[in-house]
Design a protein around this ligand. Sequence first.
Ligand SMILES: NC(=O)c1ccc[n+]([C@@H]2O[C@H](COP(=O)([O-])OP(=O)(O)OC[C@H]3O[C@@H](n4cnc5c(N)ncnc54)[C@H](O)[C@@H]3O)[C@@H](O)[C@H]2O)c1
Length: 457
Amino acid sequence: MTQTSAPSESLAAALHARLTSREARVGVVGLGYVGLPLAVEFARAGFRVTGIDLDGRKVTAINEGRSYIQDVPTKDVAEFHAAGLLSATADPAGVGELDTINICVPTPLRKTKDPDLSFVVAAVEMIAEHLRPGQLVILESTTYPGTTDEVVKPILEKRGLVAGRDFFLAFSPERVDPGNEKWTTRNVPKVVGGLTPACTSLAKTLYGASVETVVEVSSPRVAEMVKLLENTFRAVNIGLVNELALMCDRLGINVWEVVEAAATKPFGFMPFYPGPGLGGHCIPIDPFYLSWKVKEVGFEARFIELAGHVNGAMPHYAAQKVADALNTRAKAVRGSSILVLGVAYKRDIDDFRESPALDVMAELQQRGAKLSYHDPYVPRIAAHDWPGAETITSVPLTIEALSGADCVVILTDHRQFDYRLIVEHAPLIVDSRNAIKTPAAHVFKLGAPGGSGSVAS
Ligand SMILES: NC(=O)c1ccc[n+]([C@@H]2O[C@H](COP(=O)([O-])OP(=O)(O)OC[C@H]3O[C@@H](n4cnc5c(N)ncnc54)[C@H](O)[C@@H]3O)[C@@H](O)[C@H]2O)c1
């Protein structure tokens, strides 16, 4: 490709005009929990959106007008697809025809807790093959500060085009909160940091069409760090309250009661709640992108590492709580029937990636429990998706299932569970989420002494 001599101002003006008139062709690479909601919002704003994903099932679903993400109604996908505003492909050949390309591919950790940027690199290499002057590329995948500059930019520039002059480049962290009905892709403010003021301005124009508030920052690096601050803030505060739960357990105090009362302070306090561990694609992972990066400059991210230790030990603590509860009935974990309720990483969603429930279940299984689970959102867990390494399916939540279990363990507090039925029929309950509000002698809570009947007063 020959290097363009076109000044960035005219390219920027042309793209700006296409964005404001909605003539711009918008692309989203990676159509998962982040990419599909974003693509739908762009379509809602009136852009013609092309989603690119390697997963043929997702491509087929969109082209058949179906959603596969709980927060995205099929009605929207069907409507925008029928209107010619939303389509998907696994073929990158059309990337050159797009005006903007948002990258929403996974950024997991390797087993060693080092960042795995292989999906980002593959996606950027694919875009680089087709890059042409005047395009805007925005990375949305959560990553360490410097990725856009140090990893994405050199790959895109390999064929001679220069970022900020021939094409535009920015980072904008995704803040989607699956299952949150109040805060959606549309009304959560979007932080944007471009390589140059023109890059920022164009990214702002694109997002401004489909999200309510756009917040500009001075560089991609700042935008990358914003996301890591947000998720590290959560990981550290959850680590703190999890440690407090362990302290309360030893001291015979109910941590849930403590947090609820502390939360009545109208300033200077924000409640976080303990649980069986961290889950999902963000909080357990993203802070380690930062701790890995700062090692390069000889810095040790102590809060992150400490929170990682505390949070990482919670599944074991929850399993131990089950053993302790069974012990009060003169039973061992080995041979006991244990029914787990909820395996998704948080309430009311179907995502069980990194869910701490899987670790708790694996430990109980390894200690000899006869394990079953019920989760209305997760019908099946394949052998390769959890450390228990055998495929298991959700059992119906019946009176027989509850009364036949030696212990029922609440690991995810889905709102649709009938807690009255559970308390009435389960002989013994370990509640790791404070889902059961009425104290009962056969209910044991994580971070609280004995059967929670003892904390009624
Ligand atoms: N899920 C969340 O709640 C959430 C919230 C904020 C930020 N994020 C971040 O957003 C990014 C995406 O997360 P997600 O949860 O949407 O992931 P996901 O696994 O749900 O979706 C990613 C999609 O990218 C596709 N993909 C992978 N490599 C590709 C390639 N080279 N070309 C085209 N498609 C490719 C996959 O097939 C998949 O459909 C991650 O960096 C994550 O940390 C996620």
